[in-house]
Design a protein around this ligand. Structure first.
Ligand code: ARG
Length: 458
């Protein structure tokens, strides 16, 4: 007999039962569901809607079921559709008809919303913790590589030399924004929908604030219809998650490029790579590749949920059951990626010489020669032109700027003097950018300090 069977004259079609059931995936909400039910029952007791005796019996029944679920002794059934009705059924089996009082003044609509709020709230905190882990791994490498210089790129062409620390700290900044986004979203997640009932509230004199407080919520939804139909906080969660994945994917792409023979900048630890079944020499960066690839599915979940919600009339519609799998899969995907990324970064080896060689062998110091000329009085636009011609000359000659004789420099501009070699020296070039947010040594050390204190605040 279904919990809602009274109005029906026929059993549910077997295919319909399987098609509509969510127990296959929403059993993940068992802990949240029981926690919410316990708070609800305590409130019903406190408000005199249930007797003390009934309250106690239901609470201890729920406790027993929670233990049995934790021990893996419970098998959920499709017949009972979802986690909410499965648990209610188990409760009634456990303590008898009094278990049927649990659902007083409540609907599955506010119940499922409550469970998801509890779930996402917890995951939001977890994600912040994992993001901090990645930041710490990046900062540790940054500290080890304050004096490692590599070419910075635009258009994937060598642009200007930067400290490796500076490059890695850019990701720390991105993840910092992600953390701030999660923290900000928390205030919209941490609102209790319970008491909204199916749609319009309940006729029982319940205390919505009491349950909300017991469950650690900062407040309650101020409109029952919004409470049961709001999935914005899930869209927001998926959107933040997508952006985190995009950041991880960009980082992954660099790790993949950098570990190629063509770059040769880093070597990922053997434990994070796999081999080829045919080519004995291969060591493939599968982990960053998969992180990059899995970014697609997380973005997909965001788009899927937006598409589900678009044009849904108020309030609850069964379509909304589709909100869960994408969120769960996003949590799994992101959790795995963040945990792996932190250890992979910590264990990667940096080829300091190769980075330096590339920073030196191109024309990454060309801007500095232009700036040098500007400081000698030439307008920047003219200086740009002069250095452009010199670069062209060097390319024809197969040499770099610093390979040029003073006479060669002076052939393009008499303003260039012997001090040019000093101005174009790699460390000088990098340290010339010692402004806040720049790649100069002191600026980078300051940035590391700032990032560390930001993490301590988090
Ligand atoms: N399994 C449902 C879901 O995930 C629970 C809410 C069902 N409510 C309803 N009125 N059918 O959305």
């Amino acid at each position: 007999m279904k919990l809602w069977g009274g109005r029906f004259t026929k059993p549910t079609n077997q295919l319909v039962e399987e098609y509509t059931a969510s127990i296959g995936f929403d059993q993940r909400l068992a802990e949240e569901d029981i926690r919410g039910s316990m708070a609800h029952v305590r409130m019903l007791g406190a408000c005199g809607i249930l007797t003390e005796e009934e309250t106690k019996t239901i609470l201890s029944g729920l406790e027993t079921i929670r233990e049995r679920i934790r021990r893996g002794e419970v098998s959920f059934s499709v017949e009972n559709e979802d986690i909410h009705m499965n648990i209610e059924k188990l409760l009634i089996e456990e303590i008898g008809p009094v278990g049927g009082k649990l659902h007083t003044g409540r609907s599955r609509n506010d119940q499922v919303a409550l469970d998801m709020h509890l779930y996402v709230r917890h995951q939001t905190v977890e994600l912040v913790r994992l993001l901090v882990g990645v930041q710490e791994a990046l900062i540790a490498q940054a500290e080890a590589h304050v004096d490692t210089i590599l070419p910075g790129y635009t258009h994937l062409q060598r642009a200007q030399p930067v400290r490796l620390a500076h490059h890695l700290l850019a990701y720390v900044s991105m993840f910092q924004r992600d953390i701030e986004r999660l923290i900000d979203s928390y205030k919209r997640v941490n609102i209790s929908p319970l008491g909204a009932g199916a749609i319009a509230g309940t006729t029982f004199p319940i205390d919505r604030r009491m349950v909300a407080e017991e469950l650690g919520f900062d407040g309650i939804y101020d409109n029952s219809m919004d409470a049961v139909s709001d999935r914005d906080y899930l869209v927001e969660f998926l959107s933040i998650a997508s952006l985190i994945m995009v950041h991880l994917s960009r980082l992954s792409e660099e790790l993949i490029l950098w570990s190629s023979e063509e770059f040769g900048y880093i070597e990922l630890d053997d434990a994070f790579c796999t081999g080829s079944s045919m080519m004995p020499q291969k060591k493939n960066p599968d982990v960053p590749e998969l992180v990059r690839g899995k970014t697609g599915r997380v973005i997909g979940h965001l788009v899927a949920l937006l598409t589900v919600l678009k044009a849904l009339p108020l309030t609850y519609n069964k379509d909304m059951q589709e909100d869960k799998e994408g969120v769960f899969d996003t949590v799994d995907t992101l959790t795995g990626a963040l945990a792996l990324m932190a250890t992979m970064l910590s264990s990667m080896k940096v080829n300091v010489e190769k980075m330096r060689e590339n920073a030196q062998s191109g024309f990454a110091n060309a801007t500095d020669l232009a700036d040098y000329l500007v400081k000698k009085g030439l307008p920047f636009r003219e200086a740009h032109e002069v250095v452009g011609r010199l670069v062209l000359y060097c390319l024809e000659q197969g040499k770099t700027l610093t390979d040029c004789e003073l006479a060669e420099f002076q052939a393009v501009s008499p303003l260039i003097e012997a001090d040019v070699y000093e101005a174009l020296q790699l460390e000088r070039v990098v340290d010339a950018r010692n402004i806040p947010g720049g790649t100069g040594r002191q600026a980078v050390l300051d940035a590391i300090g700032n990032k560390k204190s930001k993490i301590d605040e988090t």
